[in-house]
Design a protein around this ligand. Structure first.
Ligand code: ATP
Ligand code: MG
Length: 196
């Protein structure tokens, strides 16, 4: 649809947590976007090849997490393409699917700080407007060059912490949506601890 403004939040989502969802929701409201797509990676260049949970699990948890919010959706472009995920490919594929949409690529302060390491950084900036979102414990680079900086509710949650908690038998309720906590339990995810 012409003029649709679409946010894009890429990540490993291993698993998705309330920090991701609050950031996506805040950017959506604050920039008046029509919707925000969560795009789980196939594999992440700066991480272990597929992390502790397989792509199908990470995707299923993302879908459960957005099921009740019409503003949030999940895209499988990265998982469908396979291989190592580079954001430039994500944006190219989304643009091909939605040629008239304006794309807003959302990155937390920690991810944005590594922008210069990303493949084809210049091309990225031609494909989408970059939106930086604050994250507790990570300073926002003043020279990020972002189109907008959005202050998200400060939820100091990370997937690493969620995985570690599961491995240690500590609670994750209220850090992740209930359906995600149930899914992790049902599928015995992260039980063996993590390598982080
Ligand atoms: P891990 O600990 O495995 O690295 P993570 O919690 O950092 O997981 P990612 O999937 O790596 O989650 O992050 C995807 C995107 O969401 C990144 O741009 C990241 O900066 C952002 N993000 C993650 N958690 C938060 C949070 N609590 N607040 C704001 N942004 C976040
Ligand atoms: Mg991360």
């Amino acid at each position: 649809m012409a003029g649709t403004r679409v946010g894009v939040l890429g990540g490993t989502f291993d698993p998705i947590h309330h920090g991701h969802l609050a950031a996506a929701s805040e950017v959506c409201a604050s920039l008046g976007l029509d919707r925000v797509l969560l795009v789980p990676t196939a594999a992440q260049p700066f991480k272990e090849p597929d992390g502790p949970a397989h792509a199908e699990h990470r995707l299923a948890m993302c879908r459960l997490a957005v099921a009740h919010d019409p503003r949030l959706d999940v895209s499988t472009v990265d998982i469908d393409r396979g291989g190592t995920t580079f954001t430039v490919d994500t944006l190219e594929d989304l643009r091909a699917q939605q040629p008239d949409a304006e794309l807003y690529f959302i990155a937390g302060a920690d991810a944005l700080a590594r922008l210069s390491e990303w493949r084809d950084a210049d091309r990225l900036l031609a494909l989408a407007r970059f939106v930086a979102v604050t994250r507790p414990g990570h300073a926002m680079s003043p020279s990020s060059g972002a189109y907008a900086v959005v202050e998200a509710p400060a939820l100091d949650v990370s997937s690493t912490d969620v995985r570690r908690r599961v491995g240690e038998g500590r609670p994750i309720r209220y850090l992740v949506p209930h359906a995600v906590a149930d899914y992790i339990q049902e599928h015995d995810l992260y039980i063996g601890g993590t390598d982080d």
